[in-house]
Design a protein around this ligand. Sequence first.
Ligand code: ADE
Ligand code: ZN
Length: 351
Amino acid sequence: MTTMNLASIPRDKLPALLRAMPKAELHIHIEGSLEPELIFALAQRNGVNIPYASVEALRAAYAFTDLQTFLDIYYAGASVLLHAQDFEAMAMAYFERAAADNVVHAELFFDPQTHTARGVSFETVITGLARACERAQSELGVSSALILCFLRHLSEEEAFATLEEALPYRAQFIGVGLDSSERGHPPEKFARVFARCRELGLHLVAHAGEEGPPAYVWSALDVLKVQRIDHGVRSVEDPVLMQRLAATRMPLTVCPLSNVKLCVFKTMADHNLAALLDAGLCASVNSDDPAYFGGYMNQNFVETFAALPALTSQHAWQLASNSFEASFAPEADKQRWQAALDASFAAARTP
Ligand code: ADE
Ligand code: ZN
């Protein structure tokens, strides 16, 4: 692990530094970036009925008690996406916000089964998203990649069928993940499909230890052989697991606003991000489903640091550095972003 002497940066300079520092986003469900205004615009354009009278009424429904109460609304919101241009518009809106937050690289999750179940083809989904990824680079200078997520409340057989549909577009995505309802759907349910994806040379990640127990993090590591754990905050309940995560620099893509909105932690002041970092874990900050949880990357950073006095400029640097270390981007890009990160902190140190 690299470190940097950041002792001379005072705490009141932190919000500006958090906003300005270059960073990577590794945990964003692109369907979770669909803002209510765009849901309504697409519903009207596509003739889809949504059971809310207005943007305000829809936003008012965003009061979640757990992961499932959120997922029910999230899947309903995604029902307005029908055409490639809808997926492109959604992803471009995200990339514009990401660029404004100095996100230089984003790895986007997408849920094809949410769309193919409604008769929208895999080709439609990936065409729109891939177009947005190209435009993000050419119009905004944001690097990106796509990660296909299997819905864990569905069967492994259905995941295999989705993989089959996706393979003609293998060049358009870099990996697979596992999301949706965690409890009762342990990683090992998807052992064979992840083994196949591994043979295909895909990167592997999985949500684990968000609502589910540390045992799910163990099986994501040992059965699925993932390269990153999405969330993983419940790992602190298992000291042996914490030692393993630290010793192997296994990345955890942490999503603080999400965790509070879904009642994983009661308040932001209760979040364990500082403990994860101080235990030497490769944790990063991410937005998960920013349209539903109250903010994009910089909002996550600023609110988390405001609520946790233990977090310092050293932690800020470490989080951004971890996001590059944990990304699946080419080494040369990672080194360039890391140098830009160091330069932004060096500039903040000079009075
Ligand atoms: N799908 C979208 N957001 C998710 C989350 N936070 N956990 C599991 N599945 C999701
Ligand atoms: Zn997630």
